[in-house]
Design a binder for this molecule. Structure first.
Ligand code: FES
Length: 154
């Protein structure tokens, strides 16, 4: 069930748009801010609140790869696999992260600390290769820099 705070934030966001459908991405982000992911039940409740079908809300949720439809780790790592990052070392960094965390892309560590996901361009091409953890962008990555960054997260 949507909490009062989630409902209030979604309603406030909806008032900013001419059509409730335009508020769906923000509504999904609000739920994810509060819970760390967006469960099926929340998709249905957002749909009901905005007067849309659950399919409409779900299709938006699945379109945006930064909306998580499954429970994830405490910290979400998005590693960019787009062109600038690809040509500046993406594969080496992805393999390093997978080895360090002992998971494959798309998985969560056994201790629930990190989930590792691919991302399209993070808008940080001038500092490629790049990754984002919990909304914080890290660029000019090397395996050593990744180790330093990971140590900052409990
Ligand atoms: S291609 Fe990776 S940040 Fe743009």
């Amino acid at each position: 069930m949507l909490t009062d705070r989630e409902r209030q934030r979604i309603e406030a966001e909806t008032r900013l748009y001419p059509h409730p459908r335009a508020a769906v991405p923000e509504a999904l982000k609000i739920v994810q801010d509060h819970r760390g992911w967006v469960p099926d039940e929340a998709v249905k409740e957002i749909a009901e609140l905005l007067g849309l079908s659950p399919t409409t809300v779900d299709s938006t949720a699945t379109f945006y790869n930064m909306i998580l439809r499954e429970r994830a780790g405490r910290h979400i790592i998005f590693i960019c696999d787009n062109v600038s990052c690809w040509v500046t070392g993406y594969e080496v960094l992805r393999d390093h992260l997978c080895r360090r965390l002992d998971i494959a892309l798309g998985e969560t560590t056994a201790d629930g600390r990190f989930t590792l996901l691919p991302a399209a361009c993070l808008g940080e091409c001038d500092r490629a290769p790049a990754m984002m953890i919990d909304g914080e962008i890290y660029g000019n990555l090397t395996p050593e820099r990744i180790d330093e960054v990971l140590a900052q997260y409990d």
